[in-house]
Design a protein around this ligand. Structure first.
Ligand SMILES: [Zn+2]
Length: 409
């Protein structure tokens, strides 16, 4: 560590310190308060006090963890005293071992323990679903750093004249912590804010909590923070931006919760809900809830799944025949595969690739190794991926298109 490095990091509040040659950057939220973004997947909070350093999250990997320790060492001689997990997702705990080696005491909500146990038990499943979601083969080592201190509702400690209030809430996970430092009105929100539509109803993941999510956002709003470091993306600076983000995200979740509950009470099917519920006009263009990660369709599915069972109201589906038998009966009735292919091509020409996919699946029922149909399906999925602005649709379609092409070889 040299003095020049220390001075370089002594920049003004609200300023961003870009690292040359990379998109890693330290954002300053207040004196001693930083949001380290793009040091790996997942932001890291750094709070430097005159009695030691508190780190909030650790990125997805040890490489990210090391980059964070390097950055801290450039700024201060103080030891790293605590590492707080905002929740137990891999992109927030992956670099924890590096911080632990530095002597950090790890604090989290109690449910993080159960999450780590579950990830270990379902390791192969998680490798598969995350490889699809993030479009690259995941390396999950299951070397979790379990917390030294856990809490249930709220946990407070002091260091160097700063109070660290850890508030538990549920949202994207059931083990979430928001860190608030009242002296400076600074908040580290974890994934309650990620610069995207909330990721509820993730296609392959366990239930998430839309009501508790907006309740926590409202709770943060009442604290009136002057800056928020989110779990991903750039910091929110100043009351105006903070309030706009919290209230837009809270409002959309509250609206969707109420709409879905109303539909469920009216006996609406999921299909009806998916096609009738939309985002209120005043929130549709909010920059804080773009549907780039979470999206309306998945949130509706998530809320419906949370409050109801799997039965869709049609007694035919209470104990259905195997789907292949159903498709085969329909195929026998049509009796002419050419007719289906012709119809598929018609839907493609009309731009309705989704309907075309359903028809291709019908043909694949009869001949699961029909290479031409796998190639055709792969081609359509590729096209669908290209026109989507949402991470899930893009990645699921791209990975599946590659799988279809392999089956076509
Ligand atoms: Zn995250």
């Amino acid at each position: 560590m040299n003095t020049n490095d220390k001075l370089q990091n002594n920049f003004a509040i609200g300023e961003v310190n870009w690292k040359p040659g990379s998109d890693s950057r330290l954002e300053k939220l207040g004196e001693g308060f930083y949001n380290a973004t793009n040091y790996g997947f997942g932001n890291v909070g750094i709070v430097i006090t005159n009695e030691g350093v508190v780190v909030i999250d650790s990125t997805i990997s040890r490489t990210g963890g090391k980059a964070i320790v390097d950055e801290i060492t450039k700024m201060t001689d103080q030891p790293i005293k605590y590492l707080i997990y905002t929740h137990g997702h891999g992109d927030h705990v992956g670099g924890a071992s590096v911080l632990k080696e530095q002597g950090a005491t790890v604090i989290s909500h109690r449910n993080v323990i159960e999450r780590f146990n579950r990830y270990t038990k379902l390791r192969d499943h998680h490798v598969a679903i995350n490889s699809m979601q993030f479009k690259r083969k995941q390396k999950i080592k299951n070397e979790y750093i379990y917390p030294d201190i856990v809490y249930d509702f709220e946990y407070t400690f002091e260091l160097g004249g700063k109070t660290f209030r850890l508030l538990h809430g549920k949202g994207e996970t059931d083990d979430a912590t928001v860190v608030y430092i009242p002296e400076d009105k600074i908040c580290y929100s974890g994934d309650f804010i990620v610069w995207s539509f909330p990721n509820i109803g993730n296609p392959n993941k366990v239930l998430r909590y839309e009501r508790e999510w907006y309740e926590m956002l409202d709770r943060i709003l009442k604290l009136n923070p002057k800056a928020i470091a989110p779990g991903h993306g750039r910091s929110l600076l100043g009351n105006e931006e903070v309030q706009a983000c919290l209230s837009d995200t809270s409002a959309v979740l509250k609206y969707l919760h109420e709409e879905c509950v109303m539909h469920i009470n009216q006996g609406s099917s999921l299909d009806k809900m998916l096609h009738e519920i939309s985002i209120p006009e005043e929130l549709a263009n909010s920059p804080y809830i773009k549907q780039s990660y979470g999206c309306l369709e998945f949130v509706i599915r998530g809320i419906h799944r949370r409050y109801t069972g799997w039965y869709d109201g049609n007694p035919t589906n209470l104990s259905p025949s195997p789907i292949n038998d159903v498709n085969q009966a329909i195929l026998d009735l049509i009796g002419n595969q050419e007719k289906i292919i012709e119809s598929t091509r018609y839907f493609v020409s009309e731009g309705n690739l989704q309907l075309a996919l359903h028809l291709i699946d019908l043909i694949l029922t009869e001949n699961p190794s029909d290479k031409e149909m796998h190639a055709f399906k792969g081609e359509l999925l590729e096209q669908m991926s290209e026109v989507s602005n949402n991470l899930f649709f893009r990645n699921f379609y791209t990975v599946s298109a590659n799988n279809e092409r392999e089956l076509a070889e």
